[in-house]
Design a binder for this molecule. Structure first.
Ligand code: CMC
Length: 430
């Protein structure tokens, strides 16, 4: 027997049985609730999708109350400890951890796609010397659709798989070019003898040495950060990826849109905002005053709070440990003390406790990136690189899901009633 929800319409006295499946009712089932034949039927009003499941997904599970994050059923803590970013990307995309041979060929397939078309250099030259690297990255990703026009054939599995590999491989190269452009340094070609993150560090930081050798602790720390950021189910940018992809746009265009959504300070731009906030606070002595301001409604404590997590973000816990390892190599980031004091005070304060505001993934990640030598503007880009795997997995899942159609929400119209056009000379308006 299926569970049902019985709804009584007080206007008509009629009763409706609506099936409940997986803890949800189908919003379209409410359409049968009408007062007359020409009534469109009952809609749900859910600005910002706060209580709407827009898809079924097998990729990522979050329990926001318990602070649990699983990729394909595997706890994030175990992946961060034992996996690599590329292996995790494979898991996210294909559903299972790869065997040794599958992993080897996956890593090889990504590695051979790290090079960018030489035209990309010309595109880069069009940007101002101080252009934000996230703006550069999302523009170049979108431009790749013109270099790989076959990508439009999104229903062709072989073509889709090729673009997935290209994007995972090329986004770090684009990110590195954007950084080198900002710093006025020559672009560095990929070194395919290095790991995914080792090569990324090479493309960012290589100077005149014959071969760049990444510090193993920093290389691993970045890999762990990439694992933590690889997917996070239906957040703002992922919904954009699915939304654009639902019109069957090519994955480069969809991913450019997703990256644009990630750019905002309430999403992937938050780690950059955290650093600006910590600098503005300046010293531990100013922390209580800052907290008072936030509680008074003047700004937010960046890096705190989450739509889904109503407890400590499990990623933030792992990042805190990673920070210790990184600071062991780079020296302690002086802003860490301000962050620790903010966290201490906020976790004891009624305002934050009652609203269940805890540190999220962005609270500590910026401190690590800064200690590793990344400028603030690179932080959202460092989020976009690993999230590329999640976006692509979600995009492909959407394309293959027979339940999905072009995304097209409804609205409640609150504008003017029908009225006649008023000739310009007869209008009341100035
Ligand atoms: N500092 C101070 N107050 C806050 C904060 C914060 N960081 N976050 C939420 N609140 C308050 C908010 O003012 C509201 O209070 P009241 O009920 O009195 O009006 C209450 O908590 C609920 O907030 P909300 O804005 O309705 O919550 P939301 O689910 O819409 O927003 C959020 C989630 C992440 C956008 C928000 O917590 C925020 O702006 N945080 C700071 C930015 C940030 O760190 N973003 C990174 C998110 S994690 C990475 C990612 O997935 O992108």
């Amino acid at each position: 027997m299926t569970d049902t929800l019985t709804i009584t319409d007080n206007r008509t006295g009629k009763q409706y049985e609506v099936p409940i499946q997986d803890g949800a009712i189908r919003a379209t089932d409410l359409r049968k609730i009408k007062t007359s034949g020409d009534d469109f039927g009952l809609m749900t009003y859910d600005p910002a999708y706060q209580n709407t499941a827009a898809c079924r997904s097998r990729i990522t599970y979050i329990d926001g109350d318990k602070g649990v994050l699983l990729y394909r059923g595997y706890p994030i803590e175990q992946l961060a400890e034992q996996s690599t970013f590329l292996e995790t990307a494979y898991l996210i995309l294909f559903g299972e951890l790869p065997g040794a041979a599958a992993l080897e060929s996956w890593v090889r397939e990504i590695t051979v796609h790290t090079m960018l078309h030489e035209n990309v250099k010309k595109l880069m030259e069009g940007f101002q010397y101080d252009a934000h690297p996230m703006g550069i990255m999302l523009s170049i990703v979108g431009a790749l659709s013109t270099i790989y026009p076959e990508a439009k054939r999104v229903q062709d599995d072989e073509i889709r798989q090729r673009q997935i590999r290209r994007l995972i491989a090329k986004v770090p190269s684009i990110a590195a070019y954007a950084y080198r452009h900002n710093t006025g340094r020559p672009y560095i070609y990929p070194d395919n003898s290095l790991s995914f993150t080792g090569n990324f560090l090479n493309m960012l930081f290589k100077m005149t040495e014959v071969q760049y050798r990444p510090h193993p602790i920093l290389e691993r720390a970045l890999d762990v950060l990439f694992i933590l950021h690889a997917d996070h189910e239906q957040n703002c940018s992922t919904s954009v990826m699915r939304g654009i992809g639902s019109s069957q746009a090519d994955p480069y265009s969809s991913l450019a849109g997703a990256a644009a959504a990630l750019y905002g300070p309430l999403h992937g731009g938050a780690n950059e905002a955290v650093l600006r906030m910590l600098k503005e606070i300046g010293s531990i002595a100013h922390v209580p005053e800052f907290i008072k301001r936030v509680k008074g409604g003047d700004g937010r404590l960046m890096g705190f709070g989450h739509r889904v997590y109503k407890s400590y973000d499990p990623r933030a816990r792992i990042i805190k440990q990673t920070a210790d390892q990184v600071f062991g190599v780079t020296g302690r980031n002086p802003l860490l003390d301000i962050a620790l004091e903010l966290e201490r005070i906020a976790l004891e304060d009624d305002y934050f406790v009652t609203r269940k505001l805890y540190p999220n993934v962005d609270f500590y990640s910026g401190l690590i990136y800064q200690a590793m030598g990344f400028p603030n503007e690179m932080f959202p880009v460092l989020f976009a690189i690993p999230r590329t795997a999640g976006w692509l997995a979600q995009w492909e899942e959407m394309l293959l899901d027979p339940d999905q159609k072009i995304a097209r929400p409804r609205q409640i119209y609150t504008g003017a009633a029908p009225r006649d056009y008023v000739p310009r000379e007869k209008r009341q308006q100035p």
